[in-house]
Design a protein around this ligand. Structure first.
Ligand SMILES: NC(=O)C1=CN([C@@H]2O[C@H](COP(=O)(O)OP(=O)(O)OC[C@H]3O[C@@H](n4cnc5c(N)ncnc54)[C@H](OP(=O)(O)O)[C@@H]3O)[C@@H](O)[C@H]2O)C=CC1
Ligand SMILES: O=C(O)[C@@H]1CCC=N1
Length: 276
């Protein structure tokens, strides 16, 4: 495993997930995290072999990879504060911000830089993340391998050839965990109203989601085939599935994912024009 020196700018949820995953996967290269909040940094670093600083420029000094993990709305000012340092050392830049295009980030950092854009998701926290990656033309094969190593440490990663496909990745896996959580919330509430305790409902729903996901990934059958295998003719599942179909579940999912991808595109325009 390549042991590049990495700095995470912004020590929030996603950076914490990725750093934890990297360390658990056996990565021993130097890792630094920066954040304005010293308490947050202390909490992150307790028990972990990483460096921390509240000074972004101090953090990126000597780094091979700079992972931008701040909210999209503060990214411009963060990048502007790093221009001089990155123009001198030219590290690989990886942004995980939703919506924000690689060209915009490259411009904000002064231009002529290798930039990878990544759309990860929160299951990275438990090493079952799914990340979409896009590289601009300045990124070398070694740098691509390094980025893959970072995100494979917290799950799986896939490359997209065209940057606009990241809007679809955002609508699928970036925001996707929230859809499943919502479905699980609804199932838990219904199970409770059918008489189960909250604890039992949560356990059964969580284990069922885990089992279903593992079957989709490992059984070799499609989700459609697996669904049909649960449905006994004129049985209970068939009745439930018919009810979902009648209530328009498929159309509702499609509408929600289109709305998500549209918002991702809208954010890209707003951020590039400085409207946010
Ligand atoms: N959450 C998710 O499911 C996903 C998020 N993303 C993207 O990941 C990025 C990070 O999201 P997330 O981890 O949830 O956000 P968080 O708010 O948890 O983390 C961002 C961190 O950056 C800190 N920060 C703010 N300003 C600066 C600065 N000038 N220099 C250094 N650090 C700073 C924030 O501090 P403070 O809180 O004090 O402002 C915060 O600790 C976002 O761009 C988001 O679009 C991508 C995929 C999924
Ligand atoms: O909601 C958001 O904007 C971020 C990006 C994908 C998941 N969370």
């Amino acid at each position: 495993m390549a042991q590049a020196s990495m700095v995470f700018i912004g020590a929030g949820n996603m950076a914490t997930s990725i750093i934890s995953g990297l360390l658990q996967s056996g990565y021993t290269g130097p890792i630094t995290a920066t954040d304005p909040d010293q308490d947050k940094l202390n909490q992150l670093a307790s028990g972990l072999d990483i460096q921390t600083t509240t000074d972004n420029n101090e953090g990126i000094s000597g780094a091979d990879v700079v992972i931008l993990a701040v909210k999209p709305q503060v990214m411009k000012s963060v990048c502007q504060g790093l221009v001089e340092a990155v123009q001198q050392s030219r590290p690989l830049i990886i942004s995980i911000a939703a919506g924000l295009e690689s060209e915009t980030i490259e411009q904000w950092l002064g231009g002529n830089l290798a930039v990878i854009r990544c759309m990860p998701n929160t299951p990275a926290l438990v090493q079952t993340g799914a990340s979409g990656l896009y590289a601009n033309t300045r990124v070398s094969d070694d740098q691509k391998n390094l980025a893959e190593m970072v995100f494979n440490a917290v799950g799986i990663s896939i490359w997209v050839e065209k940057e606009h496909h990241l809007h679809a990745v955002t609508a699928t896996s970036g925001s996707g965990p929230a859809y499943f959580f919502m479905f699980m919330e609804a199932m838990q509430k219904s199970a409770e109203s059918l008489g189960l305790s909250a604890d039992v409902a949560a356990k059964l729903v969580g284990q069922t989601a885990l089992g279903a996901a593992q079957m989709v990934l490992n059984s070799g059958d499609s989700a459609e085939t697996l669904r049909k295998k649960v449905c006994s003719p004129n049985g209970t599942t068939e009745r439930a599935i018919r009810s979902f179909e009648q209530d328009g579940l498929r159309a509702a999912v499609q509408q929600a994912m289109i709305a998500c991808a549209d918002r991702s595109e809208e954010m890209a325009r707003e951020l590039a024009s400085g409207d946010q």
